[in-house]
Design a protein around this ligand. Structure first.
Ligand SMILES: NC(=O)c1ccc[n+]([C@@H]2O[C@H](COP(=O)([O-])OP(=O)(O)OC[C@H]3O[C@@H](n4cnc5c(N)ncnc54)[C@H](OP(=O)(O)O)[C@@H]3O)[C@@H](O)[C@H]2O)c1
Length: 386
């Protein structure tokens, strides 16, 4: 899957009280006024993160994003996105060992870039508290719990950090680790055993002080309950489940994942929260996204989406908010949801700050869901079924 092979807050864990953000680039966009207002505890852990984080998948990636090219201009733009996020008070970044990465030619690993940006930033502003969430890739040759610690240490070395705030198990079983037996139920059984060993590895990482909290990603209700129980035996909370969730991809509401997260006190981290740029309203049937996104968000799909996109825009105008900010606010209104939109430049990052500090009414939240359910659902990758 190109989606991932390509490649937690103010969290920052603020020990200081209500620190005002340093730089406010534009009052229209930046509404994050204080840390206190905009932080949330991640699941049952002690980790505090801003109610919105920044996704760094596209940083250094040449297999899904960036039109398969990486250059100094793009690097400067994502460095500016990093700085603009922190200046706006959003200080947690989501990356993964497979983002950017050694797996694709011309790419730079996203962890390496993030580590560099943090180091440069800290030289200028040593008091800045920046939180990092990264992920373990369940590759076929990674068999036991020790493989989790080994991969984490490699990630820490790329990030040039001694520890990270959140470590997540990226996918349950898509990297050829599902097993090769002709009897499907045996493969499911073997995968379950393997995944529980990885979960043990996550617990070891917490006990060794290498991470503050642990989570999973793309986990179904069943796998979530298994992982939760396995960690619970050691008194470690499963803090989060990172899944695809947006106004036009509401599967977590339908497959029991959101309800299970709420029931067990696990934060739901929403990835692709603006549907890879589509909910910003900038893509139209005449202007579809370039690259692999064009195969998902086709002219036909975007034509059907227009009533929803128009209504998002109208509602935003009443609040002096952009469609991007409305789409992100809608997710935050679901409660127990932390969106992590991806930013490629400073303008995009600054705009995300304006999604916080205000709320859609419950009538607007319901109206948008209803309108979204009238459009054809976006094609997702039903990894939660694994
Ligand atoms: N765990 C997983 O399996 C998984 C899977 C996917 C993603 N993720 C995480 O979730 C993060 C976000 O997901 P995502 O990157 O797939 O999708 P997304 O956040 O929904 O969309 C990001 C894209 O939208 C466009 N955009 C962003 N801000 C904009 C703005 N203000 N105005 C106009 N366009 C804007 C940019 O692309 P253009 O400018 O090119 O349009 C940007 O790359 C990732 O970075 C990653 O950390 C995790």
């Amino acid at each position: 899957m190109a989606l991932q092979l390509s490649s937690a807050c103010n969290l920052a864990l603020s020990h200081r009280k209500t620190k005002q953000v340093r730089a406010v680039a534009s009052d229209d966009f930046v509404k994050v006024r204080s840390k206190e207002d905009n932080v949330v505890k991640l699941g049952g852990s002690d980790l505090k993160l801003t109610k919105l984080g920044i996704g760094a998948w596209s940083w250094g990636d040449t297999s899904y994003w960036n039109n398969f090219e990486w250059d100094d201009r793009k690097m400067k733009a994502c460095k500016n996105a990093f700085d603009a996020s922190i200046d706006s008070g959003i200080t947690w970044f989501d990356t993964a060992e497979v983002y950017g990465s050694r797996f694709s030619f011309g790419a730079i690993n996203s962890e390496t870039l993030l580590g560099r940006f943090i180091k440069e930033r800290k030289k200028k502003y040593p008091e800045d508290e920046i939180a990092v969430a990264t992920k373990f890739a369940a590759l076929p040759w990674r068999l036991g719990r020790q493989s989790v610690l080994a991969a984490l240490k490699d990630s820490l070395s790329r990030l040039e950090l001694d520890s990270v705030e959140l470590y997540q198990l990226h996918w349950p079983g898509i990297w050829g680790n599902e097993g090769t037996c002709s009897l499907a139920y045996i493969n499911v059984f073997l995968l379950t055993i393997r995944l529980l060993r990885y979960i043990d590895g996550l617990g070891d990482a917490v006990e060794q002080g290498l991470v503050k909290a642990v989570g999973v990603s793309n986990y179904s209700e069943k796998r979530l309950r298994e992982a939760y129980k396995q960690l619970q035996k050691r008194g470690i909370p499963l803090a989060s489940n990172q899944v695809n969730y947006s106004l036009i991809y509401r599967i977590p509401e339908e497959n029991g994942v959101k309800a299970t997260c709420d029931e067990l006190g696990i934060s739901l981290i929403a990835y692709s929260p603006i549907a890879q740029g589509v909910l910003t309203g900038k893509y139209t049937p005449q202007n579809i996204p370039t690259g692999p996104r064009g195969n998902i968000y086709t002219a036909e799909f975007l034509t059907e989406l227009q009533p929803l996109l128009n209504r998002i825009k109208e509602i935003g105008q009443n609040y002096n908010k952009t469609p991007t900010q409305v789409a992100l606010n809608w997710l935050i209104a679901q409660d127990n949801v932390i969106p992590i939109p991806g930013a490629k430049n400073a303008e995009q990052a600054k705009e995300f700050g304006g999604a916080l500090g205000w709320s859609l009414t419950s009538d607007e939240v319901n109206e948008l869901r209803e309108l979204a359910s009238k459009s054809k659902p976006v094609i997702g990758f039903p990894v939660e079924k694994l």
